[in-house]
Design a binder for this molecule. Sequence first.
Ligand SMILES: NC(=O)c1ccc[n+]([C@@H]2O[C@H](COP(=O)([O-])OP(=O)(O)OC[C@H]3O[C@@H](n4cnc5c(N)ncnc54)[C@H](O)[C@@H]3O)[C@@H](O)[C@H]2O)c1
Ligand SMILES: O=c1ccn([C@@H]2O[C@H](COP(=O)(O)OP(=O)(O)O[C@H]3O[C@H](CO)[C@@H](O)[C@H](O)[C@H]3O)[C@@H](O)[C@H]2O)c(=O)[nH]1
Length: 480
Amino acid sequence: MVKICCIGAGYVGGPTMAMIALKCPDIEVVVVDISKPRIAAWNSDDLPIYEPGLDDVVKSCRGKNLFFSTEVEKHVAEADIVFVSVNTPTKTRGLGAGKAADLTYWESAARMIADVSKSDKIVVEKSTVPVKTAEAIEKILTHNNKGINFQILSNPEFLAEGTAIEDLDMPDRVLIGGRMTPEGQKAVAALKAVYAHWVPEDRIITTNLWSAELSKLAANAFLAQRISSINAMSALCESTGADVNEVAFAVGKDSRIGPKFLNASVGFGGSCFQKDILNLVYICECNGLPEVANYWKQVVSINDYQKTRFVKRVVSSMFNTVSGKKIAVLGFAFKKDTGDTRETPAIDVCHGLLGDKALLSIYDPQVTEEQMKRDLAMNKFDWDHPQHLQPQSPTAFKQVSVVWDAYDACKDAHGICIITEWDEFKKLDYQKIYDNMQKPAFLFDGRNVLNVEEMRKIGFVVYSIGKPLDPWVKDLQVSI
Ligand SMILES: NC(=O)c1ccc[n+]([C@@H]2O[C@H](COP(=O)([O-])OP(=O)(O)OC[C@H]3O[C@@H](n4cnc5c(N)ncnc54)[C@H](O)[C@@H]3O)[C@@H](O)[C@H]2O)c1
Ligand SMILES: O=c1ccn([C@@H]2O[C@H](COP(=O)(O)OP(=O)(O)O[C@H]3O[C@H](CO)[C@@H](O)[C@H](O)[C@H]3O)[C@@H](O)[C@H]2O)c(=O)[nH]1
């Protein structure tokens, strides 16, 4: 029986390995992590991440051919294929701080693999890494020269949170990069055979190592660029009276452009887009390509602008101050159907409003109070380090209360900010909400989930990204 071990039981390692175990009953899969609480949660009824469909997949294979363990070295030593799916956050200190990927966790995993291995292994880069990382990893793996053959493959993951199970079950493609040597190609074939249990062969792409590593960064840069492009248009729509949804629909009808990923928003979040683009920018700079670096940097700059613009709209609409005013924040996760808050635009919006002394009442169906308060207290880029290295005690914010009901959050509020597009926010009784708010009652839809005209009919002053402005908002002279 082929044995797979995955180092890192996170948003990628957990669901990816669960899917491999489900589709490959002839393979034993062990997911290991240094975090004891995380492994304990994977072995419990309360999994450490919220992902639709994940519970069923895990429950159907756990204890059969899927195992979660903290015995990292033992399982690595026994494995034929070792996936490495550890954090690769943005560096916070030293050379490349604020841009380069921090490969500390990757390097320590690679050193450990080299130290404990007694047999040949295929080592798979699952984490998103800078192009050329495999070269460095090869050097680490072979540093103690025990005569063991390590083949390193790049197999970046393209799943999106909230749809991870769907994405893993029916991926657009699986990408495997390897050395062009006979041993390298044998390793590529071995990994291809794992995915071929359920992925059609024409969707399993094989390339050289560097193309695979770079394709992951490129894909995220292109996706984020689409969002920044439509968000840039949303600002122009507000100034001209165009409607960003109509523009996106018309533009997306061009089959060369396509309709997906054109939803204007308060800004993109999540643990990947900003981190991976900054990493790409750094790589371009290191390769003497400042023009290319600046081009991609703009995608992040527009995203920052969009978040700031949203806060300015809120404050300026509410008589230029939110000091002492209750504002309901609906949604804190970076997108719907996940409890993940890494780099969520909610953090920037909350900081902006708190800076103007607002009183925030936050509701999200999947994010705990402890997590929100920790996020609001965290330094930039700390969010993607292993949990035991993050600030543990949530800071008390007098201005922030966290509630477990959207109606509670909105009661007596002066304004509402919708930050995450949870389906339940579309179905709330907005008449009831309006009746229980201070007047004038403001509604700022950062996800364009509500029908603006209906909300205006109820009586709200409405701001919705890239939509024709409410006369109230339009008449304000603001520099956005
Ligand atoms: N989250 C996503 O949607 C997504 C999608 C595609 C790719 N990626 C990439 O995959 C990688 C992992 O992302 P994630 O979201 O799963 O991160 P995560 O923080 O959820 O999980 C990483 C896990 O690795 C563990 N870890 C760190 N060092 C370790 C070590 N030396 N030994 C054992 N365990 C160790 C941590 O404790 C943590 O549980 C990143 O490079 C990310 O960019 C993420
Ligand atoms: O039209 C859109 C689409 C997305 N978003 C936002 O963009 C962010 C990222 O969304 P999404 O890409 O769906 O989720 P992620 O889990 O971050 O997945 C991205 O990042 C992963 C990590 O690298 C990749 O594997 C995925 O392919 C890539 O989609 C979220 O804040 C979304 O709300 C928009 O604002 N407008």
